[in-house]
Design a protein around this ligand. Structure first.
Ligand SMILES: [Zn+2]
Length: 395
């Protein structure tokens, strides 16, 4: 297992082909046990298309790890072993390290939630505080659910910036200065004593949609995270797509205007300057009391406040315009919109769809579904737990 670097994006992180094949086969066996329930080894071989020898080897190693239990049975008059998934024997953990919150969840191998908790952080730009909070939350959840620490097979972590797949660290530059000189993977592995895997939070949102979400059949999916930052995660050809260095999906810094305001990235007219929740708050906050929050935007929009609806309309059309380039490039089946404004549903989706239709190649825009995420603000943490299972942690 390669735990020396973060994420799963670059070549340095790709497990060897034999290991990757084994991981895939283990996932097939687990998938079958999840959907079909207890099976004999012969049934597992039939369902998965794997040889009996491969199934037998996988079952043996999973038995050693406490992932499955076996019991004697008979099948067609012959003695056989019934294999059953031991759901709490192996627990992948997801951590979403946001700018202003931390969320932790314990999951089962069958993509069910055992427990989750989130807390707000006292201030932005303090990733170290978030890491310490995640360690504390995990300890609390394990104690409350009586899941032994030894069952934690790995921790997936989502962070609000792209991971440089050459270093495993958050990409250096003006966008994420708070993460400089910090190695969240190393810090968490030291604190937790289990393998830790990192990825960008929007990438994990996309992964959650095709593992936990209702879009498991989508081969090409865009997950758009619209919040104080804007990013998108891509599933292309059924696999997460990270690009050369791990920066793929930074749609928030796609230019939509030559004369727009200067962005924190150093360019002008980026989507984030037109459509992030921070920009919306800057436009709507009247400075009469405490600074507006994202919840206030949602509340005012649902109450029909004209200015709020106009700001969302403009942001949605701008987002659709930036999405048009993505849709033209990868032609996804679906764009899933996540983030704190997703609860607005059609109020947010309609202008995004209008922008997309106006700027995309007609047939691409017309045939791309746009939907809000049914996973709500949990998408990133669920994707983080799913990230663990993409690595060879199950034997
Ligand atoms: Zn920018």
């Amino acid at each position: 297992m390669d735990t020396a670097t973060g994420g799963e994006g670059g070549q340095a992180r790709q497990p060897g082909s034999q290991t990757a094949l084994r991981t895939l086969n283990v996932q097939r066996v687990i998938g079958t046990l999840t959907t079909a329930g207890a099976c004999t080894q012969a049934e597992l071989a039939r369902h998965t298309g794997l040889s009996r020898a491969t199934v037998s080897s996988i079952v043996r190693s999973m038995l050693d790890r406490g992932i499955v239990t076996t019991s004697p049975t008979t099948s067609s008059g012959r003695r056989a072993l019934l294999v059953r998934l031991e759901d709490r024997g192996i627990v992948p953990v997801g951590v979403d390290l946001g700018r202003t919150h931390v969320r932790v969840c314990l999951a089962t191998l069958g993509y069910e939630m055992i427990a989750e908790r989130s807390i707000a952080l006292r201030s932005e730009r303090r990733p170290r505080e978030g890491i310490d909070a995640a360690v504390g939350l995990l300890a609390d959840l394990l104690a409350e659910t009586s899941v032994p620490r030894s069952a934690v097979v790995g921790v997936g972590v989502g962070i609000p910036g792209p991971i440089d797949n050459r270093s495993g660290l958050v990409l250096e530059g003006p966008l994420w200065p708070e993460w400089e000189d910090l190695d969240p993977q190393q810090a968490l592995e030291e604190a937790l004593g289990v393998p830790v895997f990192l990825d960008n939070d929007a990438n994990l949102g996309a992964l959650a949609e095709v593992t936990w979400g209702p879009h498991s059949s989508a081969d090409n999916l865009v997950f758009l995270k619209l919040g104080s930052g804007i990013g998108c995660g891509l599933i292309v050809g059924g696999q997460p797509y990270h690009g050369h260095l791990g920066i793929a999906g930074e749609i928030g810094h796609s230019p939509i205007s030559d004369t727009g305001p200067l962005c924190r990235c150093g360019n002008r007219g980026c989507l984030e300057m037109a459509a992030s929740t921070s920009t919306m708050i800057d436009l709507l906050d009247r400075g009469r009391g405490p600074r507006m929050t994202t919840d206030d935007i949602v509340r005012q929009a649902l109450a029909g406040d004209t200015a709020t609806l106009r700001v969302i309309e403009d942001a949605g059309v701008a987002t659709g315009r930036a999405l048009a380039s993505v849709v033209n490039l990868i032609n996804p089946e679906i764009v899933v919109v996540g983030g704190p404004l997703a609860v607005l549903d059609q109020i947010l989706l309609a202008p995004i769809q209008r922008g997309l239709l106006r700027y995309a190649v007609a047939i691409a825009g017309q045939t791309t579904r746009v939907a809000v995420s049914s996973l709500g603000d949990r998408a990133e943490v669920l994707g983080a737990a799913a990230l663990v299972l993409r690595h060879p942690v199950l034997g």
